[in-house]
Design a protein around this ligand. Structure first.
Ligand SMILES: Nc1nc2c(ncn2[C@@H]2O[C@H](COP(=O)(O)OP(=O)(O)OP(=O)(O)O)[C@@H](O)[C@H]2O)c(=O)[nH]1
Ligand SMILES: [Mg+2]
Length: 251
């Protein structure tokens, strides 16, 4: 068979499960570390429930993802996950799902592995959202997840550090309400409300414009220029204020 004929015949199979995200959709990608429970508990010596070194590796990964060729307007991380909100008109790779998923997962895995010094993997999924209200809800949802995880993790690790086994600590928290868990921490002098914002709400990363003074060798003078820089927010707003902040970035 001639190459052209073979090429045409095989392309049909190669492209048979290709998908693209519709142009009118807002687009979010969520990446999640694979087997990070084992990594954080057994393989590495990370502090539990929260470790600033782990947090900073996640933030570094977010920053590289936001500047690796896609137009990402907002990055968010909590626990071992990352959410990226793309520019409304992002059209890189014709919005092909496989390109986004493979490149973002590959890049996140590479950056985090280099930071950690051993190989890890992230998965990636795309979440197309039809309107800005759902984009707001998406980020409120991940923030609520961070809050719930933080409360559970603080209770669990407090009990473990008191000498309870995995089973005992898990059982003691099973089916318990938010107020019970708050009280439990309070009874050991831990005020959940006073814990660092990044643990309860996650961390946001977004672009800002800053004025920089640089030397221009052609004119032999100092010149001011506007540069884009990534800013990290570890004290994110809550509720309606956070929703408005997301809206401002999405539109
Ligand atoms: N010690 C410690 N663990 C952390 C920290 N941040 C996240 N983790 C752990 O990372 C894990 C993330 O949870 P999951 O993504 O649900 O679990 P996973 O093992 O990665 O499972 P898959 O994502 O399905 O592969 C949890 O076990 C968290 O306790 C941290 O700062 N310190
Ligand atoms: Mg994970």
């Amino acid at each position: 068979m001639k190459f052209d004929d073979l090429d045409k015949k095989m392309r049909v199979y190669e492209q048979s499960i290709d998908q693209t995200v519709l142009n009118e959709m807002y687009l979010v990608a969520r990446l999640d570390g694979r087997n990070f429970s084992r990594l954080t508990k057994e393989i590495c010596d990370f502090e539990a429930p929260f470790d600033e070194r782990f947090r900073d590796m996640m933030i570094k990964t977010v920053k590289v993802l936001m500047d690796c060729g896609f137009r990402v307007v907002y990055g968010y991380t909590e626990s071992d996950e990352i959410s990226l909100l793309f520019h409304k008109e992002e059209n890189t790779f014709g919005r092909k799902v496989r390109k986004f998923n493979s490149i973002l997962a590959g890049m996140a895995s590479a950056v985090f592995s280099l930071e950690l010094g051993q190989p890890v993997a992230f998965d990636c999924r795309l979440v197309p959202l039809p309107n800005v209200e759902l984009v707001q809800d998406y980020f409120l949802w991940r923030q609520a997840d961070a809050h719930r995880n933080a409360l559970n993790a603080h209770c669990y690790w407090m009990l473990r550090k008191e000498g309870k086994s995995v089973e005992e600590a898990t059982k003691m928290l099973e089916g318990k309400s938010v107020s019970y868990k708050n009280e439990l921490l309070f009874s050991r002098d831990i005020n959940f409300d006073k814990l660092p914002g990044w643990q309860k709400r996650g961390t946001g990363v977004f672009w800002t414009e800053v004025e920089k003074t640089g030397y221009n060798p052609v004119t032999n003078s100092e010149e001011k220029a506007i540069r884009r820089e990534l800013k990290t927010d570890m004290e994110l707003e809550l509720g309606e204020k956070y929703a408005q902040f997301i809206k401002g970035l999405a539109e």
